[in-house]
Design a protein around this ligand. Structure first.
Ligand code: ZN
Ligand code: ZN
Length: 160
């Protein structure tokens, strides 16, 4: 389906084709919850990067987080590029050069009505803020780190 999104001030609008539009993937990592998750998590969707059409690209800023390497303990720049509106701060999408064909728009920036997921995945719970209570349904899956299936695999399992 085609997803249309925008920032709050309206200077940035975008459209992207998505085969994986269910907002089921709740990420509680420190970066998502600070930059895009007022409720303690952010929700990423799966889109086709080659179809990403941006109106107002001059208003888009990119943030790449500094993360400490687990093995070496050295801080390094995350390759993931988080795009946001330079005026109103709305988190827009994440693009990672390690998976260049994909783009992950934040569900919060999407204006198209999204399908309601039958179950959800809660990931990066080891990084969760202590005050956040996980509101999980009976079939939801919980992970301390990365989940055991990709966004695409989740959609395939549900036949959507
Ligand atoms: Zn804006
Ligand atoms: Zn995250």
């Amino acid at each position: 389906m085609k997803l249309e999104g925008s920032c709050h001030c309206g200077k940035v609008r975008f459209a992207v084709q998505s085969a994986h539009p269910y907002p089921f993937n709740l990420c509680y990592c420190s970066i998502c919850r600070k930059t895009a998750g007022g409720g303690g998590f952010a929700i990423n969707l799966g889109g086709d990067y080659s179809t990403l059409d941006v109106r107002g690209p001059d208003h888009v800023s990119v943030y790449s987080a500094t993360i400490v390497d687990e093995k070496s303990g050295e801080p390094g720049r995350s390759p993931a590029q988080r795009s946001f509106c330079a005026h109103c701060g709305t988190a827009l999408w994440v693009w990672d050069p390690r998976w260049p064909e994909l783009v992950h728009p934040f569900a919060s920036a999407i204006d198209t009505e999204l399908p309601v997921p039958p179950e959800r995945t809660h990931l990066m719970l080891a990084s969760k803020a202590t005050w956040v209570q996980i509101c999980n349904g009976p079939d939801d899956k919980l992970f301390d780190g990365y989940p055991d299936e990709s966004i695409a695999a989740w959609h395939a399992r549900h036949g959507v």
